[in-house]
Write a protein that binds this ligand. Structure first.
Ligand code: PEP
Length: 254
């Protein structure tokens, strides 16, 4: 059975003490994760060790990096390697967020290299895909996201693919307050699953968690997550508020 996941993406926000307070506040609030549910916090790199220490021993709670580099080590000033993440006990990394694709020119091929190195080091990528508004308006979003998956993931074996989590994040809904309707989210998630099934078969595709991202909040999470192919969310703005994020965790399907 695939995991239901509430993943926070703090992006480049908060000081370390604000981040520590936020984690404390969320951990202190009542929520009980079932065996099948996970809470993930993608925190800025300088806070990984602090955050990892805070969730030590908490079942089904993981700290994630927001990015990593595609090379093992070397003269890549400012980059963070998967070996460094592994040495901190980090087992999840967000890859291919639309902000990385847009502002740092991350291509599908570059992301394929990052996926490969993560899998080599047993780190789970949360692989983001999603279309800009112009693509949605042209009605070509299904082909666009299929290409993102094909070019970054389809070289993987079925066994490798099943280690990934996918996040569908329509760019027009990120940080805009505009959420995809639950029907739009379900339609795209079913399409993504069908794309995966066309290459890897139904059983493999059925095992992969596909998260929705784009202005998820406490007030819309339950409706979005109730869709059969929506397995939780990747959450930006609302993850910076403890009450909101706890409501989002509590909205996961069991
Ligand atoms: C995100 O950055 O992944 C995101 C979905 O942001 P927001 O929830 O603020 O739209």
């Amino acid at each position: 059975m695939r995991k239901q996941i509430a993943a926070a993406n703090w992006k480049m926000n908060l000081t370390i003490s604000q981040g520590a307070d936020l984690l404390d506040a969320i951990i202190a609030k009542p929520h009980s994760l079932t065996e099948n549910q996970q809470a993930v916090f993608a925190v800025p790199s300088p806070y990984l060790a602090m955050a990892q220490a805070k969730v030590a021993g908490k079942k089904n709670v993981f700290i994630a990096a927001q990015n990593c580099y595609s090379k093992k080590s070397g003269a890549y000033t400012g980059e963070v390697s998967v070996e460094m993440l592994q040495s901190l006990g980090i087992s999840v990394v967000v890859l291919g967020h639309s902000e990385r694709r847009e502002y740092f020119n991350e291509s599908n091929q570059f992301l394929a290299d990052k996926v490969n190195i993560c899998l080599e080091y047993n780190i789970t990528p949360i692989f983001c895909c999603g279309e800009a508004l112009a693509i949605r308006e042209a009605g070509t979003q299904n082909d666009y996201v299929a290409k993102q998956l094909e070019e970054s993931l389809f070289h993987l074996s079925a066994e490798q693919l099943q280690k990934l989590v996918i996040a569908y994040e329509p760019i027009w809904a990120i940080g805009t307050g505009k959420t995809a309707s639950s029907e739009q989210a379900q339609e795209m998630h079913a399409h993504l699953r069908a794309v995966l099934a066309s290459k890897y078969g139904d059983a493999v595709a059925a095992n992969i968690s596909i998260l929705y991202g784009g202005s998820v909040k406490g007030s819309n999470a339950k409706e979005l997550f109730s869709q059969p192919d929506v397995d939780g969310g990747l959450v930006g703005g609302a993850s910076l508020n403890a009450d909101e994020f706890v409501t989002i965790i509590n909205s996961l399907k069991a």
